[in-house]
Design a protein around this ligand. Structure first.
Ligand SMILES: Cc1cc2nc3c(=O)[nH]c(=O)nc-3n(C[C@H](O)[C@H](O)[C@H](O)COP(=O)(O)OP(=O)(O)OC[C@H]3O[C@@H](n4cnc5c(N)ncnc54)[C@H](O)[C@@H]3O)c2cc1C
Length: 455
């Protein structure tokens, strides 16, 4: 028996979840993440059932000299939640949501997915800002920002966090709130997984739905320039009730290129109807799936466009304005997209999420503007070279239209180095380094967009 497996046998008497070594079929399932382009082979997967298991796994990894990665929902495009030859702390067994409808709060375990969160909170007609694809993890998305349909009205996901239970590098368990470890509370809201394992989150909830207004309208690609100009005008006029996303996509036949606007309106029905009519009545749509629908459906409407196991390579940047030149470059880039699964997505930032001062939380991207994401996605390994080259070349062609900021949660595995840190953490980087030095001086949590500790 190898040294590692004898240590694992010893650990298993104290561990309540599952410990998976590479010779077990379940290991081969557990090691995989959403992005099929990522293929890493951990020495051990520790499937944790609670904070106690996480603490044990952390101490075990340190004693055994293993690097660690922490898996929440496994959606990180850079594959930061899995690792070669290290220990994957897998939170997927930790999926629960407790709702307190009177206090309008919910507690979610660190491995919960947004689909489950929305289902449980919507039982009470409540919700908070979460990801637009239901299989994305609450953990990674919230720690890195969290943009979603409710962002203009209620801020980023992390703006709704009231407290986080964190398992620190030494295995101790602390609560981070405005009153307890306030420096850690500031840092985890935007510092990604750099400070510890978030075993649970407490969120503020808002009255939403259950029926809301929204959906998607798409037009033939030859209208792309006009539709993106409409999108820009809609964005300029948008109230906090309206969230807008534009996308260049391929239709369900996997052949027809389309331009689409997706929207969610969370205000009065009359105002929603008026706002959405501007979209629905534009030109001659090829497809109109916009109107009243359950909030949970709005949050699952895009799921099929992001199949688990598809190969992904992303490049994104933030631009303050969608100029004519930027629109031209976006459309030109999309016309060269080699795969029907590839997209260019433009997310509008405004409202509550942009009114929070950039230094109030570690999350600094608080500008009004547009997040432009070149989302290269394809099915087979044969497409690896063309898929990643398209994203790189498209991104380069957009470079002169974008500003200095980048959204942390969309950074890919090769987005590393000081310029990327400055783009992701902005004016908060120095303070984050000092807090990292206090809570994780040995940089145990470095499989993320890593903040080097600095006194
Ligand atoms: C299909 C798809 C749709 C997406 N949609 C959105 C969206 O609507 N809005 C948005 O803002 N982003 C979105 N994203 C990006 C998403 O926010 C990031 O990929 C995020 O990292 C996913 O979190 P996760 O827990 O699923 O990922 P993971 O890959 O499990 O984790 C991502 C990072 O966070 C760390 N981490 C995760 N959970 C914890 C935890 N509990 N404690 C400590 N560290 C943890 C991991 O170690 C890793 O570094 C989307 C991504 C995909 C692939």
């Amino acid at each position: 028996m190898s040294n590692l497996s004898s240590r694992v046998t010893e650990l298993s008497s104290r561990f309540s979840g599952r410990l998976l070594l590479p010779d077990e079929p379940a290991w081969d399932v557990a090691r995989r993440v959403h992005n099929g382009f990522v293929d890493k082979r951990p020495a051990l997967v520790a499937q944790c059932r609670g904070a106690a298991d996480i603490a044990l796994a952390l101490r075990f990894a340190r004693d055994a000299g293993l690097e660690i990665a922490v898996r929440g929902g496994g959606h990180n495009v850079g594959g930061r939640s899995t690792i070669d030859n290290g220990l994957m702390i897998d939170l997927s067994p930790m999926q629960y949501v407790y709702v307190d409808p009177i206090a309008r709060k919910a507690r979610a375990a660190g491995g919960t997915l947004w689909g489950q969160f929305n289902r449980e909170t919507q039982v009470h007609g409540l919700a908070t800002t979460g990801g637009v694809v239901s299989s994305t993890g609450v953990g990674g998305l919230t720690l890195g920002g969290g943009l979603g349909w409710l962002m203009p009205k209620h801020g980023m996901a992390l703006d709704n966090v009231l407290g986080v239970e964190v398992v620190l590098a030494d295995g101790s368990v602390v609560r981070a709130t405005a009153d307890e470890h306030p420096d850690l509370f500031w840092a985890v809201r935007g510092g990604g997984g750099n400070f510890g394992v978030a075993s649970s989150f407490e969120f503020r909830l808002h009255e939403v739905g259950p029926t809301v207004n929204g959906g998607l309208v798409a037009w033939p690609i030859d209208r792309a320039r006009d539709v993106l100009k409409l999108y820009r005008d809609l964005a300029r006029d948008a109230t906090d009730d309206l969230m807008l996303v534009a996308a260049l996509i391929t239709g369900p036949d996997a052949a027809t290129k389309l331009v689409a606007i997706a929207a969610g309106h969370f205000g009065e029905s009359a105002a929603a109807e008026k706002a959405l009519k501007r979209i629905k009545s534009f030109g001659q749509p090829a497809m109109d799936a916009m109107g009243p629908l359950p909030y949970t459906d709005l949050n699952a409407m895009l799921d099929a466009s992001y199949p688990s196991g598809a190969r992904n390579y992303w490049k994104s940047h933030f631009c303050d304005e969608l100029t004519e030149g930027a629109i031209e470059a976006i459309v030109d880039a999309y016309m060269r997209c080699p795969s029907p699964l590839g997209q260019i997505v433009i997310e509008h930032f405004h409202g509550a999420a942009t009114r929070v001062p950039p230094t109030d939380t570690a999350y600094a991207l608080r500008s009004n503007g547009f997040n432009v994401l070149v989302l290269s996605q394809w099915k087979d390994a044969a497409g690896d070279a063309t898929g990643s080259a398209w994203a790189r070349e498209s991104y380069a062609s957009l470079a002169r239209f974008v500003g200095p900021n980048r959204y942390l949660n969309y950074l890919d595995q090769d987005d590393v180095g000081e310029r990327v840190l400055a783009a992701a953490y902005g004016p908060n980087l120095r303070r984050l380094q000092v807090i990292k030095q206090k809570y994780d001086p040995d940089n145990v949590f470095h499989h993320n967009v890593n903040i080097p500790p600095r006194a």
